[in-house]
Design a protein around this ligand. Structure first.
Ligand code: ADP
Ligand code: ZN
Ligand code: ZN
Length: 836
């Protein structure tokens, strides 16, 4: 990292700093550096600055100059928060690239990048006016006002704490009245949000930390067994006499008192008598892990060859695709490559989709990399994120395994980035901006760091596959499962035929029921996959056809039986299931279709002795929900796991012999150019959970169109044909990878204004980007969400177009022009580059 040159003797000159602020304004802001900070300021440090009249923001120093801004008089920086940079130069470059490519501001990127613990908040504080005297005031004060004024003597309070103190909801009018009477002053205090975690510790005072003093101590407390027990426990855990140093570190209070026969009050006495002292240390939020075990996995011949091929490919390509069937040992290869990169002295980032980042994979990696590995997860608290951030800056973590947002971490020397399950849609951020794709950002990041990227998947994205086919990316294949494991056998349950033969029970085909029964009787485990949560996606009046809809969104409500409620999956709106149809009063309301909840219920009827668990958004909301379900399954305490796509991702279980897939038809016929790809990936991935060890695996796919060409392709494991067909199709209709898409969504609470805005914007686009393919404007599949009406326009830009940059600029200008018009001032326009 290049630091700002220390100005030395010239430090008396006036300096200005350009700051990136976490706001959606597309520019940097210049502030004046107070003289005493001249020698301290560095690029990448965080600084607190005033913004507007009342706000205080945390910015990051991007550059330092002696040139004052031309248009305005610079305000002073209030304070520098760091002694060293918190943001690296390479990060700035990446942020800039992301803002340009994804059509957003660097401020928005920065806002997404920095954990909020690294951004300061300004909170209003309230203090007594020093010039005020309650006794001498001419005003009347209410009881509550008096109460507060008394409390404020000698101590300011946070705005938010006051309502709690007074026990009232809003304190605004009360405070306003007190300000009017000259009794209080409001001011802003900036607070550092990151709170280091401290631990209370106990140690012997210097006087007692020597053998002679301890002997004397035992004589005096010999009659006090409770105190004696505490001192003994301490000496047992801390070898004071053999290692004098050990006493300095002392013992965590928690650990000392973990023995509940020990008495806290006796400890207090010992402290009062000067035997022990208490102190605090800052500790890591990440508990110390056991030392790594060094067991080495011997790569198989195929794996070894693949690894050599990857290393050879790294010499020529910055990015390489590893297409390896499920269970082929990709993870083992990653581990080897990561080790090599770390030994070579560089940093490594290993990206995983959100849901795949489970204890299973973390434990597997932890055993090998110990505490030098950082984990970055969205379910982590903000303080934990700050620790990972700082751990990279200070060199504690050489290797981070994390989800999509881990690309924002302050690496300065990456050697290798692995993007596992690179096809996964959760790498794409949907809301808010920056709407980035972490895989694609990783490729750019690797170029900035001169690092290598390995994209791994059993079912690569069509775009990635094409790059590899074209030789832009290296291409390595691994098409055999490790060891004795074979790819599972796929069979179709023909629902049409079974219906005629009357072998269907509820939602289950006779074939699937029989297969589940067989697996259970052999004590093997079963996974049942249906990509819909809830009980049934729709309720319908059998007499008049009425369907309950969300009041805020243009979607029907999903029935959730365990809550006995109709729920909107877009906005969370909920209502009770009515007894009668509100239009015709009929009581014949029936549920249509089925989700995981209903399958779970039917399974319980068919297999009353089986232990069944459900894994979907509803059962995994808590931080540990997901992990505990997986733990149960892994320990063999669950026989059947029924779930949404959560069950498809990267899980490695020994005893799953059967996977049942529901409603393949719905996946295939979903109206989107990616629906075949999605269906192919989902079916292949979930099938990949079966038969990963000696037990051979079977997959039963329920379908009403058993002759569908996509199913036939999947059944035959003919991957190359699948990609060939897809590419041909995409080429014909110029979809990615043969074009780049930009999706522009227009939002407004008024349907008419929304439509007019979309039409106007479309016209602007057409004249500003002649020759560019535009689709729309049209209603997206869900045309109203949270009371906002939506319209969308799709822009198709040919791949490799040299005009990409210019077109993007033109597009943004059109949007700005639209928003300037009076009737569209409240319209929101959302730009999504490379939508998925
Ligand atoms: P993938 O990531 O391709 O799905 P994994 O790396 O998870 O495959 O490997 C599947 C299983 O086989 C894992 O349990 C893994 O530990 C095991 N395995 C893979 N390669 C080896 C090897 N060379 N020696 C021992 N076990 C292996
Ligand atoms: Zn009705
Ligand atoms: Zn809704």
């Amino acid at each position: 990292m290049e630091l700002f040159e220390q100005p030395g003797t010239e430090s008396r000159i006036t300096l200005f700093a350009e700051l990136m602020l976490p706001i959606p304004v597309p520019k940097l802001f210049t502030y004046r550096v107070p003289l005493p900070l001249n020698d301290k300021i560095m690029v990448g440090q965080r600084a607190i600055v005033p913004f507007g009249d009342r706000k205080i923001l945390t910015g990051v120093v991007v550059s330092v100059t002696d040139q004052p801004p031309k248009q305005y008089e610079a305000k002073y920086i209030l304070e520098l928060l760091d002694d060293f940079p918190s943001v690296t130069e390479l990060q700035f470059k990446l942020f800039q690239w992301m803002a340009d490519y994804y059509l957003c501001t660097t401020g928005e990127v920065m806002n997404a990048a920095l954990p909020s613990g690294l951004k300061l908040s300004s909170e209003s504080m309230v203090q007594l006016n020093p010039a005020f005297n309650l006794e001498e005031s001419d005003f009347d004060f209410s009881e509550k006002e008096r109460m507060l004024l008394k409390r404020l003597v000698g101590e300011s309070m946070e705005y938010s704490a006051i309502s709690k103190f007074l026990g009232v909801k809003t304190v605004y009018s009360l405070l306003k009245s007190l300000v009017g009477k000259g009794a209080i002053i409001l001011y802003e205090e900036v607070k550092e949000k990151y709170k280091p975690r401290t631990e209370r510790r106990i140690r012997l005072t210097d006087v007692y930390a020597v053998a002679s003093a301890l002997e004397g101590l035992f004589e005096t407390i010999g009659t006090k067994p409770k105190q004696e027990a505490i001192v003994l426990k301490y000496l047992q855990d801390v070898p004071v006499l053999s290692h004098a140093e050990a006493n300095k570190h002392g013992l965590a209070h928690k650990q000392l008192m973990s023995d509940d026969t020990l008495s806290e009050s006796s400890l207090r006495t010992l402290i009062k008598n000067g035997v022990f002292e208490e102190f605090e240390v800052v500790v890591s939020r990440f508990e110390e892990e056991p030392l790594p075990d060094q067991h080495i996995i011997q790569l198989s011949e195929e794996q070894h060859q693949a690894q050599q091929a990857i290393l050879a490919s790294f010499k020529e390509h910055s990015a390489t695709l590893l297409q390896g069937v499920t269970g082929s040992g990709k993870t083992e290869i990653y581990i080897n490559l990561i080790k090599q990169a770390i030994e070579g002295g560089s940093q490594v980032l290993y990206l995983l989709p959100e849901i795949a980042l489970t204890t299973q994979i973390v434990q597997r990696l932890r055993k090998i990399f110990g505490t030098t590995m950082g984990v970055y997860h969205s379910k982590f608290s903000d303080n934990e994120r700050v620790e990972v951030w700082n751990g990279i800056l200070n060199g504690r973590f050489k290797f981070v395994v994390g989800v999509r947002s881990a690309i924002f971490l302050p690496f300065d020397n990456l050697g290798l980035i692995i993007v596992d399950e690179e096809h996964d849609a959760s790498y794409k951020q949907q809301e808010p901006a920056p709407r980035y794709h972490a895989r694609d950002v990783a490729v750019v990041m690797a170029q900035l760091h001169h690092a290598k990227v390995l994209l791994g998947s059993a079912t690569p994205a069509v775009e990635t596959y094409y790059q590899a086919l074209q030789g832009k990316y290296g291409f390595v294949k691994l098409d055999k499962r490790f060891g004795e494991a074979r790819l599972p056998t796929l069979v179709l349950a023909d629902m049409g035929r079974e219906r005629k033969q009357k072998t269907v029970k509820g939602e289950f085909s006779g074939l699937l029921l029989k297969s589940i029964g067989d697996a259970l009787s052999k004590k093997e485990q079963v996974i049942v996959f249906q990509n819909r949560r809830g009980y049934s996606p729709m309720v319908n009046c059998e007499d008049c056809g009425w369907v309950p809809k969300c009041v805020n969104c243009a979607v029907s409500l999903t029935y959730h039986q365990y809550r006995h409620a109709l729920v909107c999956h877009y906005c969370g709106y909920r209502e009770a299931l009515p007894q009668n149809c509100p239009t015709c009063s009929s009581t014949r309301l029936k549920t249509v279709g089925y989700g995981t909840e209903k399958l779970e219920e039917e399974l319980m009827l068919h297999f009353p002795d089986a232990r069944i668990q459900r894994m979907d958004l509803d059962t995994t909301r808590s931080k540990s929900g997901y992990e505990s379900i997986l733990d149960h399954f892994e320990r063999g305490e669950t026989d059947i796991l029924v779930g949404t796509q959560m069950v498809t991702k990267g899980l490695d279980f020994d005893h799953v012999s059967l996977v049942g897939i529901f409603n393949a038809d719905r996946m295939i016929h979903f109206p989107d150019f990616r629906s075949y790809e999605r269906a192919y990936q989902l079916i292949t991935q979930v099938s990949g959970r079966a038969g990963r060890r000696e037990v051979p695996g079977t997959v039963v796919i329920q379908t009403s169109s058993p002759d569908h060409p996509l199913l036939v392709t999947i059944l035959n494991h003919s991957m190359e044909k699948f990609y060939g067909d897809q590419l041909e199709d995409r080429r014909q209709h110029s979809y990615p990878p043969f074009s780049r898409l930009i999706d522009v969504t227009i939002k407004h609470v008024d349907k008419k204004v929304c439509r007019e805005g979309a039409d106007a914007l479309f016209k602007l686009f057409r004249s500003a980007m002649p020759g560019t393919k535009l689709l729309g404007p049209g209603e997206p599949m869900v045309s109203k969400i949270r009371n906002q009406f939506l319209m969308s326009i799709l822009v198709k830009i040919p791949r490799g177009s040299s005009e990409l940059g210019a077109l993007k600029q033109a597009l943004m200008q059109c949007i700005q022009q639209l928003l300037k018009e009076k009737e569209h001032r409240n319209t929101r326009v959302i730009v999504d580059v490379d939508p998925v």
